[in-house]
Design a protein around this ligand. Structure first.
Ligand code: NAP
Length: 318
């Protein structure tokens, strides 16, 4: 178990990312499978669930978590986020204090709980000073509606600005073997300021899970098509890289996804990897990585393969 920085909240280093279960960008997702995936995550030993106000056009992700864990609330840790909502199927940022507080109330209702263990600002709203938004998070903390504070999709300057009001307990950026921009500035800042790093896209939306073959044809509905890493020359280079991971995977006897997550949660400063899944077998596989460790030699080989892959075109979710 690990801890959310400067709290007593204990979390597993593999968290379940609860975005794919709503099926907006992931295809072929049914409600029954999503409920089963949540149950399987818990049974496989995961206690940490990452969701958001905008996961699902009507908050379906939070609702499903509330439904599945109604009688296990004290055994799980819920992280949610506010500050982004949907309008005409487009995401709108709104960091006004009144919005943050209203959305948090709605999240509590959907989750069927009286507190959110870790509540993030999903992304900065350029129209609202971060210190004003941070004030709303301070009020939610004072009222006991949230137990710790996080921020997501922030630059280093934004982390510093928000910290004038509250130093967040957690920061949520994208991070994986190929997208490591935070290592130059935000990661050292988080270590220095005791801020947990909960990283999204550890599997780069399935690219690093090793199951998508080189000739994979993406469905027009598949949200991954818009990212440079899934296109043209970048896709080819990434497939060459994944081939190296496939070799290491067969040497370890563990899946490529497990190798990738294992590397991620062993990185200095990384507290948890938020692993999205849309099927029970995926989250069971991902959870198993908590039972073993890559050797130093295997890590060195992976690091060399990353160097060989070379610079990539990176793009955040928000
Ligand atoms: N703060 C933010 O702005 C932000 C943004 C993005 C994500 N997040 C959080 O981070 C989480 C992770 O991001 P993500 O869900 O987009 O991507 P991810 O964890 O990098 O990848 C998830 C996808 O990988 C595939 N997969 C997962 N486990 C697998 C396994 N064992 N074997 C084979 N394939 C596997 C599945 O896709 P297929 O089956 O379709 O191939 C799954 O939908 C989200 O769920 C969310 O909680 C936060």
């Amino acid at each position: 178990m690990r801890q959310i920085a400067r709290t007593k909240i204990q979390i597993t280093p593999v968290a379940m990312g609860c975005w794919p279960i709503v099926g907006i960008t992931s295809i072929d997702v049914t409600r029954e499978q999503s409920l089963a995936t949540l149950n399987s995550a818990f049974e496989a030993g995961i206690n940490f669930f990452d969701t958001a106000y905008c996961y699902g056009y009507q908050g379906e992700s939070e609702q499903m978590i509330g439904e599945v864990f109604a009688d296990k609330r004290d055994q799980i840790v819920i992280a949610s986020k506010g500050g982004i909502h949907w309008r005409d199927k487009k995401q709108i940022k709104d960091g006004r204090p009144e919005t943050i507080k209203r959305e948090c109330e709605e999240s509590l209702q959907r989750l069927g709980t009286d507190r959110i263990d870790l509540h993030y600002l999903h992304a900065p709203d350029p129209k609202v000073p971060l210190t004003e938004t941070a004030g709303a998070f301070q009020e939610l903390l004072d009222e006991g509606k949230i137990l710790s504070v996080g921020v997501s999709n922030f630059s280093l300057d934004q982390l510093k600005e928000f910290s004038q009001v509250i130093v967040p307990n957690a920061y949520q950026p994208h991070y994986n073997m190929l997208q490591r921009e935070i290592e130059t500035d935000r990661l050292p800042w988080c270590i220095e300021n005791e801020v947990s790093l909960m990283v999204y896209w550890p599997l780069m939306k399935g690219l690093l899970a090793g199951k998508l073959q080189r000739d994979h044809e993406f469905d027009p509905q598949d949200g991954r098509r818009k990212y440079p890493m899934f296109q043209g020359e970048e896709w080819e280079k990434n497939q060459n890289f994944v081939d190296e991971l496939r070799e290491i995977s067969s040497e370890t006897g563990h899946s490529v996804a497990q190798v990738v997550i294992n590397w991620t949660i062993q990185r200095p400063g990384i507290t948890a990897a938020l692993c999205g899944a849309k099927r029970p077998e995926q989250i069971i596989d991902n959870a198993e990585t908590m039972t073993w460790q890559l050797t130093d030699a295997q890590i060195t080989r992976i690091d060399q393969a990353i160097k060989n892959r070379g610079p990539i075109i990176s793009k955040a979710a928000v």
